[in-house]
Design a protein. Structure first.
Length: 147
């Protein structure tokens, strides 16, 4: 492993760091960027201090752990707020909407038209064509109330 010493090793760590950062852009998941930073710091330390291979690998390992767990704790304490928290919760977005009954609700179950699709609806008995309001959603089923 003589080739992995000195300045060559520093360039190798720099390349690893850049590759990990590029992977974070291609496969966003928040954690590869911290491994990239750990690789870049390891490369910088290797260039300045001329570390041995074992020390380089241990340095990268421990820096990766420290940065990943620090980031996890930081993001847990300060979550990223979304402009539209219901973006991926279609059922949640429908709560409060007024919709038409597509298949009569009998015995507590029927179908309603929401946009260009039909959803299973639970609620009070209602005739076809009447309007109801969605008050809850779970999976592919909405709960409605009479207006």
């Amino acid at each position: 492993m003589e080739w992995f010493q000195g300045l060559d090793a520093a360039w190798a760590w720099l390349a690893i760091g850049i590759a990990l950062a590029a992977l974070e852009l291609a496969l966003p998941g928040i954690y590869l960027i911290w491994l990239a930073v750990a690789a870049l710091v390891t490369g910088a330390l290797t260039a300045v201090l001329d570390l041995g291979t074992v020390v380089q690998v241990m340095n990268f390992f421990f820096l990766s752990l420290i940065m990943a767990f620090s980031a996890k704790r930081f993001l847990r304490d300060r979550p990223i707020e979304s402009e539209n928290p219901m973006l991926n919760h279609r059922g949640g977005q429908m709560i409060g909407q007024t919709v038409k009954v597509a298949q009569a609700i009998k015995g507590g179950e029927g179908r309603v038209t929401v946009g260009d699709s039909e959803w299973i609806a639970r609620g009070p008995d209602t005739k076809v064509g009447e309007q109801v309001r969605i008050i809850a959603a779970q999976g592919a089923t909405v709960t409605v109330e009479a207006i």
